[in-house]
Design a protein around this ligand. Structure first.
Ligand code: KG4
Ligand code: ZN
Length: 326
């Protein structure tokens, strides 16, 4: 089978073909730099640019490709920005209709959860999945392609969202996560200690809003470069340490020693080190996908589209985008 994947949930337009016989992916992704000057993603601009970019990317991707070879179109149905999702959904549906092939809507977060399986053929079910993105912070037990259980989530900000807010507050530019990683790389991460949030209703859950308030106070104390670099490094260390510690608790509780990560924040190398270091004396296997597979991409949409399509009893005609996960 050859599946075309289309991803447009936020500010990355991405298209990919996935040939299941040869297990090869061809992907083109474009990040919308237009948001830089506004200090964050502007939803209306994002959807307008998807309309242009998806078209251009597909023209390049399918330039010498025989369209008759396409069997299925998988597109991101949600969660994400409504306008961005609608652009991708409408494009995918109409393209599929014109080619007389089926299409399937894919949950973006589920695509992140399963994406490590693209690169790691030795990753067996069940495994623990950490998804840390701009909109979500989830730890789940992945049983198979049809079953997973979310065991931990955030009660307020997502990890990526809190990182973006902190980076903006100390004066860094968009894209915040990437810039914070570089900025913090030569800071002293032990210089400041941040509070460890406890969520009483479910101690496995996360909360990042208290750290945000606490860090605002510290940011206002000085604008010296050394001070801010140390603060940035300490902030990164503290939020990554929270994720690592809860992951350890969860892996012990559920006796799972395979851990896979995904979502934009998972591309951060310090995050990977902190996670590994905490487990150093344990026999735990980590599955860290390449950075391009952690951030938003159409390969993971095509991949999960194939797995889901095989399980469908009838062709799904629903293409209503959904903005929220639940
Ligand atoms: O998965 P993703 O690309 O899009 C969503 O589905 O949200 O994740 C985007 C998030 C943003 O908050 C971004 O700042 C963060 O991932 N991010 C990073 C890094 N690269 C992207 N955070 C920390 N370090 C990075 N290197
Ligand atoms: Zn994402």
């Amino acid at each position: 089978m050859i599946i075309l994947g289309i991803e447009s949930s936020c500010d990355d337009s991405s298209v990919a073909t996935y040939d299941t016989h040869t297990n090869t992916f061809h992907e083109l992704t474009k990040t919308q730099n237009i948001h830089n000057e506004f200090g964050g993603v502007v939803p209306e601009l994002a959807s307008r640019n998807h309309a242009i970019d998806i078209n251009e990317l597909l023209n390049s991707l399918l330039l010498n490709f025989d369209l008759k070879k396409l069997d299925l179109i998988a597109f991101t149905q949600g969660p994400g920005l409504s306008g961005s999702l609608m652009t991708g959904c409408a494009f995918a549906k109409s393209f599929a209709l014109s080619l007389k092939i089926p299409s399937i809507g894919i949950n973006h977060i589920e695509a992140h959860m399963y994406s490590p399986l693209i690169e790691f053929k030795n990753l067996l079910f069940p495994f623990l999945s950490i998804v840390v993105s701009g909109g979500h912070t989830l730890i789940s037990i992945i049983n198979d392609f049809n079953s997973y259980e979310i065991v931990s989530t955030t009660v307020d900000d997502a990890l990526g969202e809190s990182i973006d807010k902190f980076a903006k507050e100390i004066g860094l530019d968009y894209p915040y996560g990437k810039n914070l990683e570089m900025y913090a790389s030569n800071g002293n991460e032990k210089k400041f200690t941040f509070p460890y949030p406890v969520v009483r209703s479910n101690p496995l859950n996360f909360s990042f809003s208290g750290i945000k308030t606490y860090s605002k106070k510290l940011i206002s104390h000085s604008d010296s470069k050394t001070y801010l670099k140390d603060l940035a490094a300490s902030y990164q260390y503290s939020v990554f340490n929270i994720i690592a510690k809860k992951t350890k608790k969860i892996s012990e509780k559920f006796k799972l020693n395979r851990i896979a990560i995904s979502g934009g924040v998972a591309s951060n190398f310090r995050f990977r080190e902190i996670l590994k270091d905490l487990f150093s004396k344990k026999t735990t296997d980590f599955y860290f996908p390449s950075s391009r597979l952690c951030t938003d991409n159409a390969s993971m949409i095509a991949f999960l589209g194939h797995k889901k399509y095989n399980k469908l009893s009838s062709v799904d005609t629903d293409f209503t985008p959904f903005a929220n996960f639940n």
